[in-house]
Ligand binder design. Structure first.
Ligand code: F6P
Length: 539
């Protein structure tokens, strides 16, 4: 019997099993199905995972040789086989670790030197040594997309209480609305633009970068002094006109969606300062050490991955909701969408053979409590089961408003408990009859008030969302994606699925601007182009 067949048999054998009954049968279930680092606790007890399921899931780690795959990644082996590259974002946070070799060469001296240059640059911008034509830098605009946007945008927002530098803004979409709405509010003489692009060819980023350069020149700013670049392509940053001392390079072994730890994190470092940025790196490094040393059954990234595999690949739940009870983590779901879906949304295994199991799930979410007043209805009573991941800190950053935070915690815990317990028809009837309803009307109404319950969730809880904690959480998710990829046999580090649309957009450009005929294209596309032209697209 294959591992997946065994898991399927375990799933079937648990049909009708209630999570609450697992708690009733095992007094210490909450502890037995939780794991922690020093200050981050993962509770997966509100799922149907029991000892036998967990053992079978851990068996997947053994049989896919997870330990040696993990060690290969950390040691710089070219595990991104379709691109022939190492995967070493972990080197960017290896602050006091040993050498890391790629092709026999230690990459750490370069990593640490670039980090030091970033620190100096940030100190100079923050202290006014580097300033714009109109005075000290008040605003930073990060122009990038995908991994060159989502990581820093998510982290800058998450760490707002630690901001003591210039205001940071993020422009990603080629939609002119994005850059126009951003620049409208800024002074070109006091703005620093960071063009963040690993390849420095991405059409959205380069279009926005040229628009920002023209805006700055026209407004009396100095694009030579007020532009910085973050890229692996120093020839292209030079062609764009960015002085080399304002270019921060990194190697191709840093994947875009894993790049916030290095130069792509420049906007974050400008916002929170080099010291707090170091704490963020140290949080990531702490999770690396945990991932490398903890037993599978105590290993947070491994457990999170196994819970995900159980829910999606075994139980067939199509999506996963990430529900941070932290308004400042509003961009975390979007960040995780790229991290997880670009990494593990693949239809072939490493060797090119068709995958014989579902690839990664759809990941989505919103902060609580807002989501409660929007889509939680479906999570509680819809016909689809949506495994949920809750994130909550014990403390907020507003001590004067601690009662808000207590309410936030109560809501978060209430949701996971409500999802698990549900409400039976009898309980619904009792509630209605207590409020005076009777007879047929009571029967009819009661059915709408039933919650099936038994809906799984995991909770991550931590003392406070500090830079160190955010680093741990992001590295936790990165390694979770890695573990899922290893077990599924996927290359989590390429993204060929984004290419076809890019090629077609390039070939459609001249059709949309009217310089080329749409004839011969798909009938629907031709009709849509014709409509766009009739309504001014090519004017
Ligand atoms: O289109 C997908 C992608 O290649 C992502 O993987 C990447 O993060 C993003 O585009 C941006 O790429 P770049 O940093 O090279 O501009």
């Amino acid at each position: 019997m294959s591992d997946w067949d065994e898991l399927e048999a375990l799933r079937i054998a648990r049909t009708g099993q209630r999570i609450e009954d697992l708690f009733a049968a095992q007094a210490d279930r909450a502890t037995a199905f939780s794991a922690s680092t020093q200050d981050l606790r993962l509770d997966y007890s509100k799922t149907l995972i029991d000892d036998a399921v967990r053992a079978a899931l851990i068996g997947l780690c053994e049989r896919t040789d997870l330990a040696s795959r993990r060690d290969s990644m950390f040691s710089g082996a070219p595990i991104n086989q379709t691109e022939g590259r190492a995967v070493l974002h972990t080197a960017l946070r290896n602050l006091d670790g040993g050498p890391v070799e790629v092709d026999g060469q230690d990459v750490m001296p370069d990593v640490l030197q670039t980090l030091q240059r970033m620190r100096r640059f940030c100190d100079d911008v923050r202290s006014g040594v580097i300033c714009g034509s109109g005075g000290t830098i008040s605003d930073v605009v990060n122009i990038g997309i995908g991994g060159s946007d989502l990581g820093p945008a998510m982290a800058v927002r998450a760490l707002a209480p630690y901001h003591d530098g210039p205001r940071c803004h993020f422009v990603s979409n080629v939609d002119a609305a994005d850059i126009a709405d951003c620049l409208r509010r800024l002074d070109p003489g006091r703005t620093l633009v960071i063009v963040a692009s690993k390849t420095f060819t991405t059409i959205e980023t380069m279009t926005n970068a040229r628009t920002a350069r023209a805006w700055m020149s026209m407004g009396g700013g100095d694009p030579l002094r007020q532009f910085a670049a973050v890229s692996t392509a120093s020839d292209k940053t030079a062609d764009f006109g960015i002085p080399p001392e304002q270019v921060f390079g990194f190697a191709d072994w840093v994947g875009g969606r894993y790049s916030v730890w290095g130069p792509v994190g420049l906007a974050l470092m400008l916002a929170i300062g080099p010291q707090a940025f170091d704490a963020f790196l140290r949080g990531g490094q702490a999770m690396d050490l945990h991932f490398q040393s903890a037993e599978w059954g105590e290993n947070l990234p491994v457990l999170l991955a196994l819970v995900g595999l159980w829910h999606h690949q075994v139980c067939g739940h199509a999506t996963r909701a990430v529900l941070p009870y932290d308004q400042r983590l509003a961009r975390l779901p979007a960040y995780l969408q790229q991290l997880e879906m670009e990494s593990n949304g693949k239809r072939v295994a490493m060797d090119g053979a068709a995958l014989n199991i579902a690839s990664g799930p759809v990941v989505w979410g919103e902060p609580g409590t807002n989501g409660q007043h929007a889509f939680y209805q479906l999570i509680h009573q819809g016909t689809e089961i949506v495994p949920c991941e809750f994130l909550i800190a014990a403390q907020g950053h507003e001590p004067d408003l601690a009662h808000h935070h207590r309410l936030l915690i109560a809501n978060c815990l209430a949701q996971s408990e409500a999802l698990m317990r549900g409400r039976s028809l009898d309980q619904a009837r009792a509630g209605l009859s207590g409020s005076g309803m009777q007879g047929e009307e009571l029967e009819r109404q009661a059915r709408h008030r039933v919650f099936p319950g038994n809906r799984p969730s995991v909770t991550l809880i931590y003392p406070q969302l500090t830079p160190f904690m955010l680093g741990q959480i992001i590295a936790l998710y990165e390694h979770r994606v890695f573990v899922e990829g290893v077990i599924l046999g996927i290359n989590s580090f390429d993204q060929w699925g984004v290419e076809l649309g890019k090629e077609m957009a390039t070939s459609l450009g001249p059709v949309v601007d009217g310089s080329q005929s749409a004839a011969g294209r798909n009938g629907s596309t031709m009709a849509l182009v014709e409509f766009a032209h009739r309504h001014g697209a090519a004017d």
